[in-house]
Design a protein around this ligand. Structure first.
Ligand SMILES: [Zn+2]
Length: 119
């Protein structure tokens, strides 16, 4: 059984907790991050086959976006760059996004699936 791949569209920054890693209760998806951490959170629209269009908004922090970026459940992540001359959606690149990351280490690409986090 395979789900249709998701496409994410990063929209504006929101002053809230990440809906994936900072939700209350037990962690449902991977690593959970403490709410005191100053995560950078964005409205993200998810689209996939079978999902109603424009109805799938979620709040994700930069780290969850980074993890989604390397997930094989996510087809692509776009960012609407308001400062760009071309106002269309552009592919999001965490390395040039200017976002800050707490869990993710941009220096190493997670190609082998091994995490080299420092304690
Ligand atoms: Zn998160």
């Amino acid at each position: 059984m395979s789900n249709p791949k998701l496409t994410f569209y990063i929209e504006e920054e929101v002053n809230d907790y990440c809906g994936m890693c900072q939700q209350l209760g037990p962690a449902q998806f991977g690593v959970k991050m403490h709410r005191n951490l100053p995560a950078q959170v964005f409205w993200v629209r998810a689209s996939a086959e079978g999902l109603p269009k424009d109805k799938r908004y979620t709040k994700l922090c930069s780290d969850c976006l980074f993890e989604a970026h390397s997930s094989n459940e996510v087809e692509a992540i776009y960012k609407n760059d308001m400062h760009s001359e071309d106002p269309g959606d552009v592919l999001w690149d965490p390395y040039t996004s200017g976002m800050f990351f707490i869990r993710s280490n941009l220096k190493e690409k997670s190609s082998d699936g091994q995490k080299n986090t420092t304690e």
